[in-house]
Design a protein around this ligand. Structure first.
Ligand SMILES: CC(C)(COP(=O)(O)OP(=O)(O)OC[C@H]1O[C@@H](n2cnc3c(N)ncnc32)[C@H](O)[C@@H]1OP(=O)(O)O)[C@@H](O)C(=O)NCCC(=O)NCCS
Length: 159
């Protein structure tokens, strides 16, 4: 829990870039605290990369909230802008996928903006495939973007 404030600050910085996440700012600090507490208490996969006191990246794979989708892990990842392009994102994702808590999921899914070439490249290189495209799914400052729904089946095949 000691990194909650720094984690919140990093999520907020990435969200405020408005180019990558589903939100344009972090949730309130209190919600983030509850989110992290729940992940720790349930032993969910939620990794952070730290540099001194700063959280410079994160990766979480959490059970889907719907009761009929608990076999699905939902992936979130981000690296602080100045730390990108040095292998941190790939390292975080690899570690998260290898985590024992993640391994119980039959499917790992995520949503990524079509314009997010770095993330799309990373996901494809780790075995994720596009399951569908949500067209004109996001508009930021009047600019439209599509969203790819991507998934990885750790056992290699869909049911
Ligand atoms: C996506 C993200 C987590 C990747 O983290 P990173 O530390 O920069 O990634 P890495 O340095 O580990 O590089 C991963 C791969 O992406 C590639 N890559 C990096 N930038 C790229 C770009 N602009 N275009 C294409 N590929 C790119 C790297 O070359 C590397 O592939 P390689 O190993 O085949 O050479 C990071 O860019 C990020 O935080 N982006 C903003 C938040 C975000 O997009 N989150 C995901 C939302 S779905």
């Amino acid at each position: 829990m000691s990194h909650v404030r720094a984690f919140h600050s990093t999520v907020d910085a990435v969200a405020r870039e408005k180019k990558y996440l589903q939100s344009v700012e972090a949730p309130p600090l209190g919600s983030t605290r509850d989110f992290v507490r729940k992940n720790i208490d349930n032993d969910f996969t939620h990794l952070v990369a730290v540099d001194g006191d700063a959280v410079v990246g994160w990766c979480d794979i959490l059970p889907h909230s719907a009761a009929v989708r608990r076999h699905i892990g939902v992936l979130g990842i981000g690296v602080l802008q100045t730390y990108r392009g040095h292998g941190l994102g790939r390292a975080l994702l690899s570690r998260a996928l290898a985590d024992v808590s993640t391994q119980r999921f039959a499917k790992i899914e995520l949503r990524v903006r079509a314009s997010n070439t770095a993330a799309c490249h990373l996901y494809r290189s780790m075995g994720f495939q596009v399951e569908g495209t949500l067209r004109d799914d996001i508009r930021v400052n009047g600019v439209s973007d599509s969203t790819y729904c991507m998934a990885l089946f750790p056992d290699g095949a869909a049911a």
